[in-house]
Ligand binder design. Structure first.
Ligand code: R5P
Length: 314
């Protein structure tokens, strides 16, 4: 059977990442017009023929979250109606992930609803990165390839050669991932016993482990308000840490989070380009590493029918 050709469609949510992925794959994105009707509705049109092709739509569902999701759904629908052979939603950041269970009465399971919408629109596969909760994979009854940005950050810190290192998980839930960093970087492991007191409020408990006189790396999936990571940085510094480096896959950076990070006792914040990082204010203490190669290689392997699991290794 003749092999289907590969097409990449770049949504508007992160065009610079999509361009880097296309560079990695040595191809140009399919031509898509994403405009707005005067009332604000999206008006989407593909100008490239995608009939019977293997299509990858790159669209993180980052702020403006509702717009990004709706655009993704329309692009998927467009591809389905244009007779694509297979449609993969490449979602480098999956928004609406916080509500992944009904933890009190009368609340939605937003992550499940968004997953249902993506599948209903016509996606046949999802490629994503550092989900807020890994069990969200199970909300899709289609294949999900879930990658981690950890190898990109670990390589960066290996090159820095930080001595007297302790990797501190900013909450109990990230301990497994922090252990991967500690093992790969030859450091010790500690955990901040964080307590969430509201949707955007956190209070630290104790640190499990020793950070006195240590250089600390705090790895997290995302920085939104910066509350969690600043709290963790303050706690470890109060307990005598020498320095704090932070890495987080998704630099959502809401509100005054950049100022908050700048004011915190943090030597460096490293994020990925899963969401657009252009236009940071001058003086922002934030370094961006690209995940284009990781995602590009995953796309290549999915298209070629090769195993992607080697890319899951951290
Ligand atoms: C918590 O469960 C997550 O891993 C992040 O630490 C958190 O969502 C980041 O949010 P914020 O920056 O608002 O504290």
């Amino acid at each position: 059977m003749k092999k289907k050709s590969l097409q990449v469609i770049a949504g508007t949510a992160n065009q610079s990442l999509a361009a880097k992925i296309c560079d990695y794959l040595y191809l140009s994105p399919a031509e898509a017009e994403v405009e707005r009707f005067p009332d604000g509705e999206w008006n989407v049109k593909l100008n490239s023929d995608i009939r019977d092709t293997d299509v990858f739509i790159i669209q993180p569902t980052c702020p403006p979250v509702n717009d990004s999701i709706m655009e993704l759904l329309l692009l998927i629908d467009c591809c389905r109606r244009a007779s694509a052979h297979q449609i993969t939603a490449v979602i480098p950041y999956f928004g609406y992930a916080r509500k992944d269970r009904k933890d009190e009465g009368r609340v939605p399971i937003s992550a499940k609803l968004v997953s249902n919408m993506i599948v209903s629109a016509g996606a046949q596969r999802v490629l994503t990165l550092d989900l807020h909760a890994t069990q969200i994979q199970g909300f899709f009854d289609i294949p999900v390839d879930h990658l981690y940005a950890a190898p990109v950050f670990i390589k960066y810190f290996q090159e820095k050669g930080i001595k007297d290192l302790t990797v501190v998980s900013p909450d109990v839930g990230r301990t497994k991932l922090a252990r991967v960093y500690a093992q790969n970087l030859g450091g010790e492991l500690a955990v901040v016993d964080k307590v969430r007191t509201g949707p955007d409020q956190v209070a630290a408990g104790t640190v499990i482990g020793d950070v006195k006189g240590r250089n600390v790396i705090l790895p997290d999936d995302m920085i939104s308000t910066g509350g969690s990571i600043v709290l963790a940085a303050n706690v470890v510094m109060e307990l005598g840490a020498k320095s704090v480096h932070v890495c987080a896959t998704h630099g959502i950076l809401c509100g005054d989070s950049i100022q908050r990070l700048n004011d915190a006792p943090i030597q460096e914040v490293v994020v990925s380009d899963s969401v657009p990082m252009e236009g940071l204010p001058a003086g922002a203490n934030i370094k961006t590493l690209t995940v284009a190669r990781l995602l590009g290689e995953a796309i290549r392997r999915i298209h070629e029918g090769e195993s992607v699991s080697a890319l899951f290794e951290t």
